[in-house]
Design a protein around this ligand. Structure first.
Ligand code: FUC
Length: 816
């Protein structure tokens, strides 16, 4: 059916007024050149390019925590690759394996006898989840906007302004100029695209391309390979829509709108249970006609697209939602507002979060280059501004991928173009998910942690059954991965999956958040999670057969094989460190809340009996209870699990445990500097925490360079994994200000490359906000804001002083 409509366009005067009022980015083209329109974005908060995106890792991400788009900025055919964060494969499922309980004592006995291979074989046969893998995150597919008569453009520029969270593409053809803006609005729950033509018209077809199973090339999973592509720009690039997909339907939905409906994928024998819907509404001043594949637009000068999507997911147990009703309601509410109203609400909402922190590390000549060229040159050129941009981009990405009411950021945040993404783009909770949230509080984005809190609450429910069925234990447990359905049983194989500390590490991550807020209601909400996680370990820790204290068994030091044919072992260092923190947090929270005094006595006793950290024959911090590090088959392994105690924990630190810090340095040197993206970021955090600013900076250069950063500044594992962006952001902040051991450390790891700078709006533990300026590598001024009367001990170089927040809520100090 084809139907012509002449819909209401945006009033030209209204748009002009909006353009003048919003100096950040005028909505109207006129005598102004593209360059002047773009000059409004602050260079330190903007990614920009002189060519459209060829590869996906060149496209620019927008997101509202629930809906995401990758914007390619192409000329002949624009591509918006779309995501909705509940569109995962499968349906509610229960992967617990009841066989595990009977096998558990045998596996433990084999490990106690040093029969690692036999223990692994038995665990593989009897203790793993069914199915052995979890459900992958998916994609909504693409919108392709194919233009009728494109020409090679001049004065092309595309950018992502982090402060307004708007992706813009501008170019000219002949005398015409074209401008597009894309943003994902959290207040209105729509992705908005605005297209404008000056002295030309917009003539294009909008088509929908259903989700595809793109496989990431296998070689990208390894350590090698430069992720940067060098290719000539193909201005006329067009992609195929491809054949229709079974179960996907496209129908008209009133004037100038179409509705797509479909269902998710099944995976590993778990049936597809989710339905999804997407609604696209076009509003413009040309002729808008519905076609079989979408919409056709002719002769327009201004077009606004409103895209909304939803699935039937309600919770990990409930998939009874009505996505069609939802997208209609949300889409129709949005189309009653003008473009300017939507844009203003979006910008105000984003600014409330993004505007909370600024960072200046100095500007050099390289800062004037397009972002891809800066990345390409960064390992040889001095470009401190790139590190500051990386921090602001990390903050932008967290706001875009993790908002209250949504899902936590996955391995790819929110952005994924395949139904078969690398590692399923799910939640790897033996480092990656926790790393995603390392920068949240320090960078003033504590509100973005809410989805993680809710995920852990749901995981604790599933994990209680896993604890009971598979270990005969109380409390709850989660292993090294989880997904939308909050599966908590061990997956993939014992070498990776049989690790019981995923839930505990998540709990510690949430307590780090509490420590930044000191919010009593949050503590009361977290305590049951801590209590359940601790309960599991009280029930399952065993006495080390050699008398070294309480240990986990079976377990492993995440993903690192020891020399005896497995990674399975008894009591790896990381477990003891994580459980030491968990028990400590449980005690602290219980005492504050004045509950469970008797039970907390047991926790206190167990904590004191945990096997301590050990220094091995090479002077290294032992990764395992035995001194196996020297013979480990992969001495440069990416995970540095036994250094959890240094960062993020802080239980090992230069002030209280200097011998262990020295041992940790030996271990970290052995591991080497450049690893996978996230593992490189962790090394930045660690060298910073150890007070080695120049070393941290060297490692950071590797992370920001073209081997570990794609042209769109997404982190390259490779392939793309967002944890490196977040871990790197945390690492840069850690070089400037640290909070551990009840003290605030100012410039504890300032590299010589950043002699002058300023950070404003850093959040420290104890609900404190810190502004710090330095010159010539020395502290110049400090402002701390907080509750009047609150105090913190500050270390600045060799100085130590106590800050007392004054009656007006501030403390100030200048250095001469
Ligand atoms: C862990 C890591 C890998 C990768 C994957 C998602 O398995 O060891 O490097 O990050 O998670």
């Amino acid at each position: 059916m084809t139907r012509a409509t002449k819909p209401r366009g945006f009033n030209r005067r209204e748009t002009l007024a909006a353009g003048l009022a919003l100096s950040a980015s005028p909505a109207v083209l006129g005598a102004r050149s593209a360059a002047s329109a773009h000059a409004q974005a602050r260079p330190g908060e903007c990614l920009w390019y002189q060519e459209p995106a060829g590869a996906w890792t060149e496209a620019l991400p927008v997101g509202n925590g629930r809906l995401g788009a990758m914007v390619f900025g192409r000329v002949a055919q624009e591509r918006l690759q779309l995501n909705e964060n509940t569109l995962w494969a499968g349906s509610p499922y229960d992967p617990d394996n009841p066989d595990a309980l009977a096998a558990l004592p045998q596996v433990r006995a084999l490990l106690a006898q040093g029969k690692y291979k036999e223990a692994t074989d038995l665990a593989s046969a009897r203790m793993m989840a069914k199915p052995l893998s979890q459900m992958p995150y998916g994609t909504l597919g693409d919108l392709l906007l194919t233009f009728s008569n494109p020409e090679q453009p001049k004065a092309y520029r595309r950018q992502l302004d982090l402060a307004s969270a708007i992706a813009t593409t501008e170019y000219g053809e002949g005398t015409a100029r074209y401008r597009r803006e894309v943003f994902a609005s959290a207040p209105d729950q729509v992705i908005v695209m605005r297209l404008e033509a000056e002295a030309g018209t917009l003539d294009f077809d909008i088509t929908y391309r259903a989700p595809r199973a793109l496989r990431t090339p296998r070689e990208q999973f390894g350590e090698g390979g430069a992720p940067q592509t060098t290719r000539p720009t193909d201005w006329m690039l067009r992609e195929e829509v491809g054949p229709p997909k079974a179960g996907v339907a496209l129908v008209g939905d009133g004037s100038g709108a179409f509705l797509v409906t479909g269902h998710n994928e099944s995976s590993a024998g778990i049936p597809a249970g989710l339905r999804y819907a997407m609604r696209v509404r076009a509003i413009g001043d040309g002729t808008i006609t519905q076609t079989e594949q979408g919409l056709s637009i002719r002769g327009a000068r201004e077009v606004t697209l409103l895209i909304t999507a939803a699935t039937s997911y309600v919770s990990a147990r409930d998939i009874s939602g009505d996505p069609v009703a939802k997208v209609r309601a949300v889409g129709q509410a949005a189309e009653r507002k003008s473009y300017d109203t939507l844009r203003r609400a979006h910008m105000a909402d984003h600014a409330a979060l993004f505007g909370g922190m600024t960072i200046d590390l100095g500007t050099r000549a390289a800062a004037a280059l397009p972002t891809n060229q800066r990345i390409a040159a960064s390992e040889s050129e001095d470009d401190p501004g790139l590190a500051a941009l990386y921090v602001q981009y990390g903050r932008y990405l967290l706001i875009a991928s993790s908002r209250s009411g949504g899902q936590p950021a996955t391995l790819q945040g929110l952005w994924n173009e395949s139904t078969l993404p690398p590692w399923d783009s799910k939640y790897t909770i033996n480092i990656n998910t926790e790393m995603n949230y390392w920068p949240a509080d320090p960078a003033g984005l504590g509100l973005c942690i809410e989805p993680l809190v809710r995920m852990v609450e749901e995981l604790a429910v599933k994990g209680a059954k896993t604890a009971r069925v598979m270990y005969g234990a109380g409390g709850w447990v989660a292993h090294h991965n989880t997904d939308l359905w909050r599966a908590s049983a061990p997956i993939d194989g014992p070498l990776w999956g049989l690790w019981p500390c995923g839930g505990a590490w998540l709990c510690n991550t949430l307590m780090r958040h509490w420590d930044h807020t000191r919010d009593g209601a949050l503590l009361a909400r977290l305590y049951p999670l801590l209590k359940g996680a601790s309960h599991f370990f009280l029930d399952t820790l065993i006495d080390d057969p050699k008398g070294r204290g309480l240990v986990t068994s079976p377990s492993l030091s995440p993903e690192n094989e020891h020399a005896f044919g497995s990674s399975l072992c008894v009591g790896p260092a990381m477990d003891r460190q994580i459980i030491r923190d968990l028990f400590g947090h449980t005690l602290g929270a219980g005492e504050r809340l004045k509950v469970d005094a008797d039970w907390l006595g047991k926790v206190r006793q167990a904590r004191s009996r945990l096997a301590p950290d050990r220094i091995g024959a090479q002077g290294q911090l032992q990764e395992w209870l035995e001194d196996w590090d020297a013979v480990a088959p992969d001495p440069h392994h990416r995970h540095v699990s036994h250094l959890y105690g240094v960062y993020p924990s802080g239980q090992i630190n230069p002030r209280d445990t200097p011998e262990l810090i020295e041992a940790a340095k030996v271990s970290l040197r052995q591991r080497g500097d450049l690893s996978t993206g996230w593992a490189t970021a962790w090394r930045v955090c660690l060298w910073a925490r150890m007070g080695e600013g120049d070393h941290a900076h060297e490692v950071l250069k590797g992370l920001l360079g073209p081997r570990r950063t794609y042209p769109n500044m997404f982190d390259a594992h490779p392939p793309f994994q967002i944890d490196g962006n977040f871990g790197g952001t945390a690492g840069i902040l850690e070089m400037l200000i640290q909070g551990w051991g009840d003290e605030l450390h100012l410039l504890p790891a300032l590299p010589s490359a950043w002699p002058d700078g300023a950070i404003r709006g850093f959040r420290a533990r104890g609900a404190l906000k810190v502004d710090l300026v330095w010159r010539g590598g020395r502290h110049r001024s400090l402002v701390v804001r907080g509750e009047p009367g609150s105090t913190v001990t500050v270390r600045a170089g060799t100085e130590r002083f106590v800050v007392v927040i004054g009656p007006a809520g501030t403390f100030e100090r200048q250095w001469g």
